[in-house]
Design a protein around this ligand. Structure first.
Ligand code: AMP
Length: 208
């Protein structure tokens, strides 16, 4: 199964992708995670590091190349779940042509819907444990005292507003692109993670 998860930053995409990929036995391909790993390894161009820190979008060709290489790997043979890609219509077209070339096609685009005020509140309170990767919310899902917490630069208030604005302008074209192709399923993203997983499972017609 080849699935795209679309949702604003803080909508729970990462959390849902982890659960669903486990169930479907497909890898979770997050361009954000891939880029952060490249940044950490020191292999990402400084120009791109600066764009990420400011909450902007990298050039389409850079992320299309990243995904094109990744989906050719063996673990993607049975399918994969894309998270954070495509974000623009040229990226969606890039994905369609790389899949066509491989004789494959996209099964579903899941759009996680969460109101903006709730997203801002989730992001500025989000912290990640450096050693385990576990994500916490300072109020609703507080971390244990010994957690080594990291507040992502782009989760800081000044970048959050820019990322949400970028998402709003991006989806203005991306969602109609997938709706016209009959691939879009809108998922209510407010509720417990389990409730949201249940809604996604229903949209994919798999067991929840
Ligand atoms: P994310 O974790 O998905 O919010 O991604 C973190 C950052 O990586 C974004 O704010 C962008 O700077 C960059 N990025 C990730 N995916 C893409 C993409 N598909 N297109 C352009 N930039 C991206």
């Amino acid at each position: 199964m080849i699935i795209v998860l679309v949702g604003p930053p803080g909508s729970g995409k990462g959390t849902q992708a982890k659960v669903l990929c486990g169930r479907l036995g497909v890898p979770h391909l997050s361009t954000g995670d891939m880029l952060r790993a490249a940044k950490k390894a020191g292999t990402l161009k400084q120009e791109y590091v600066d764009i990420m820190t400011k909450g902007g979008l990298l050039p389409d060709e850079a992320v299309i190349g990243l995904i094109d290489d990744r989906i050719k790997e063996d673990d993607c043979k049975a399918g994969f779940m894309l998270d954070g890609f495509p974000r623009t219509v040229p990226q969606a077209e890039g994905l369609a042509s790389m899949l066509k070339e491989a004789g494959r096609s996209l099964d579903k685009v899941l759009q996680l819907d969460v109101p903006r005020d709730m997203l801002e509140e989730r992001l500025v309170n989000r912290r990640t444990d450096k050693s385990t990767g576990q994500i916490y919310h300072l109020i609703y899902n507080p971390p244990p005292q010994d957690a080594e917490l990291v507040h992502r630069d782009d989760d800081k208030p000044e970048a959050v507003g820019r990322r949400l604005d970028a998402y709003a302008s991006m989806t203005a074209a991306l969602l109609p692109y997938y709706e016209e192709r009959g691939l879009l399923a809108r998922i209510e993203g407010v509720g417990t993670p389990q409730e949201v997983t249940g809604r996604i499972a229903a949209a994919l017609e798999i067991e929840s």
